[in-house]
Design a protein around this ligand. Structure first.
Ligand SMILES: Cc1cc2nc3c(=O)[nH]c(=O)nc-3n(C[C@H](O)[C@H](O)[C@H](O)COP(=O)(O)OP(=O)(O)OC[C@H]3O[C@@H](n4cnc5c(N)ncnc54)[C@H](O)[C@@H]3O)c2cc1C
Length: 630
């Protein structure tokens, strides 16, 4: 889920392992963020050793150790060259496409994925599970089944590119903890009005030093920065933000002349003053500073602007010198996350396996990219995180899907007298063991609907059987939920009306309909793991079921349960009456001609008279586990 840098890389890695791959991307165009990276040039990676990548990771570097070593920058470069994107390395080992076009990197990835798999435009909203394991994804009215899922929906920055943080909520719903997302690599805000006065001014080759409120140096680097109406921005400033904690105040000190020591700069000032000795101070700095900076420096120096240069005192000159070497800008915060290059925070890496990126909580779920609580400095390191984690997740998700595909189907048949709790237990067991609960009633309902649509009387003993061969009745399991299809149409929401119920009841009395569905149910059980409950599942429908259970309880106990149930529903009946009816039903069910109630010879008899529902479920679970191990 998510066709960004991590998702596309993961898809390719999975496809290389032979997996059938589908990328779900919420935006019309995949990889929108990738297309604007590196100011439209895409700093693909940093050409350095794995250890150096890890040194540039500001959050959870240790977690990344295996993934980065398994797919280091050298592999990233070979990979993109292999996709037909020639690369070049610039200052600071930053790697870019020779074309200087981020679009080339994105297009190469997208077309490689389209050759080996499929990209579906779908904004996913929910991860579906079955028996606690990933089973599919739903977005709007569309549901997609899958054996494994890689969640790579990115962070919260630049939301217009599609990264709106959807994955965080989905991960949380499945029990993952998410460290609160905050901005990183983000411009800084300042209450200092001088920033607005100098907005647009870009300073190259300056040193920015970040200090905590008490004066302690936090970070310092040489580079480029800009003043903006809100404060400071530019590459140096973004890097500085990675060292800041939200909510704290800082002081940024700009060394405007980092190439000169204080002594050398003083010598330069003395020379300059000698050359301009009869000019006003405010007109003497043109050779030293950019024009929009001069009025600010003059004011902050405390030297009256009209002072003749030859009248400037030594303390005044040393004050100016200090200002040029340590121009202070108060910092009171970070710009909003929407403007950040990177989101700090995300899915807690303690809940993720560092080698495979597999969730430690949900079988079949994997993570990659910025959704994880990982971030790094600028220089191509963040994309390298996306490539390495995407690679690891893609390979592991493919292997998991293959294992799941090979897992043997198991058929579980639960029979027993009325009131023994068969269907409640069958549904609960399906959920816990990742099996599909076959709702035979829904099958009859779908046929009832088709009969009504064909304008037939559901009791028509000629017309209905004639219609059956033309029915394209489909059953799919999405998130453990049985959905009924007629052709391509999902009719599940349409089969619960009173009209369809009546039709279903009438068609179910027709032996040809029962025979038709028997075949459908048997075919279904061949295809996937199922649990079915009824009167004749182990004897007639699935005579070769791997596990047959005859769930029963004394008539008195079943009558007691029914009595309580009716009371709870607000339709109480005397216990004696309930018991009498229960006995009559048992008698009828055992003696009926079609599908009489009897336990299959090889069924496990489970008497629930003395058991709580939890104890019954635990026993059933145990039986399924044992049979699977066999
Ligand atoms: C302006 C800018 C410049 C950058 N420049 C660089 C650079 O030069 N070098 C570098 O290393 N890093 C750079 N980065 C950081 C880099 O872009 C990210 O680290 C990287 O894109 C993260 O990849 P990702 O696949 O995890 O997330 P993303 O690239 O954000 O991809 C997530 C994808 O998931 C999709 N998605 C989200 N929710 C859903 C949903 N519910 N259903 C379906 N799809 C969904 C989104 O539409 C998106 O396509 C830059 C970031 C920005 C903002």
């Amino acid at each position: 889920m998510g066709g960004g840098a991590a998702g596309l890389m993961a898809a390719l890695a999975a496809a290389e392992e032979g997996a059938e791959v589908l990328v779900l991307e919420g935006q019309e165009r995949p990889a929108r963020k990738l297309r604007i990276t590196g100011k439209g040039r895409c700093n693909v990676t940093n050409d350095c050793a794995p250890e150096d990548v890890l040194k540039n990771v500001t959050r959870n570097a240790r977690f990344l150790n295996s993934a980065i070593r398994a797919f280091p920058p050298a592999e990233t470069m070979a990979f993109f060259e292999g996709l037909g994107v020639p690369l070049k390395t610039e200052r600071g080992n930053r790697v870019f496409p020779v074309s200087d076009k981020a679009g080339d990197v994105a297009d190469a990835l997208v077309s490689a994925v389209e050759q080996r798999g499929r990209i579906l435009r779908l904004r996913a909203g929910e991860i579906l599970t079955e028996g606690g394991a990933v089973a599919g994804v739903r977005g709007g009215d569309t549901a997609v089944e899958c054996r494994s899922l890689i969640l790579c929906t990115g962070g919260l920055s630049y939301p217009k590119t599609g990264s709106t943080g959807d994955g965080y909520a989905m991960a949380r719903t499945l029990g993952h903890s998410v460290t609160a997302p905050t901005p990183s690599l983000v411009p800084l805000t300042s209450p200092d009005g001088d920033c607005a006065a100098m907005q647009g001014l870009s300073l190259r080759n300056v040193t920015l030093t970040l200090r905590e409120a008490g004066g302690k140096k936090v970070w310092s680097e040489l580079g480029e920065m800009q003043f903006a109406h809100f404060g400071l921005t530019g590459p140096l400033v973004l890097s500085a933000s990675a060292h800041m904690e939200a909510g704290k105040r800082y002081l940024a000190e700009i060394d405007l002349k980092p190439g000169l020591t204080e002594e050398k700069l003083d010598g330069r000032l003395l020379r300059m003053f000698a050359e301009n000795r009869n000019r006003d101070f405010r007109n003497s700095l043109d050779d030293l500073l950019p024009r929009s900076l001069i009025p600010v420096i003059v004011r902050r120096s405390g030297i009256p602007p009209e002072t003749k240069v030859h009248d400037i005192t030594r303390p005044q000159r040393l004050g100016l010198l200090a200002l040029l070497k340590r121009f202070p800008v108060e910092i009171d915060g970070l710009r909003p996350i929407e403007e950040a290059v990177i989101t700090r925070g995300g899915v807690n890496v303690k809940e993720v396996d560092p080698k495979t990126m597999a969730s430690r909580l949900v079988p079949g779920l994997f993570f990659a990219g910025e959704i994880l609580d990982l971030d790094a400095y600028t220089g191509g390191f963040n994309l390298q995180i996306a490539w390495s984690t995407g690679r690891a997740a893609g390979k592991a998700a493919a292997a998991y899907a293959e294992r799941k595909r090979n897992m043997k189907n198991i058929q579980v048949a639960i029979d027993g007298p009325g009131g023994a709790g068969k269907s409640t237990m069958a549904r609960a067991l399906a959920k816990e063991c990742g099996l599909n609960y076959v709702d035979t009633g829904a099958m009859y309902r779908a046929i009832g609907l088709a009969v009504l649509r064909a304008g037939l009387d559901p009791a028509d003993a000629v017309g209905v059987p004639e219609l059956l061969p033309s029915l394209d009745l489909g059953i799919r399991y999405i998130g453990g939920e049985q959905r009924m299809f007629l052709g391509q149409e999902d009719v599940t929401p349409l089969i619960r009306t009173p009209e369809v119920s009546a039709a279903a009841s009438a068609v179910s009395a027709q032996p040809p309909v029962r025979a038709f569905l028997l075949k459908t149910q048997q075919d279904l059980a061949e295809e996937c793991s199922v649990v079915m409950d009824g009167r004749d599942i182990g004897t007639v429908v699935l005579p070769h079921a791997h596990l047959k259970i005859f769930l029963t309880a004394t008539a008195e106990e079943r009558a007691r349960r029914r009595f309580l149930e009716l009371q709870e529903r607000g339709t109480p009946q005397p216990y004696e009456q309930v018991l009498r009816e229960m006995n009559e039903r048992d008698e009828r069910d055992t003696k009926r001609a079609a599908a009489p109630l009897r336990a299959a010879e090889d069924a496990v008899l489970l008497d629930t008279t003395e058991l709580t529902p939890e104890e019954v479920l635990a026993k059933l679970r145990q039986l399924v586990r044992e049979r699977r191990e066999e």
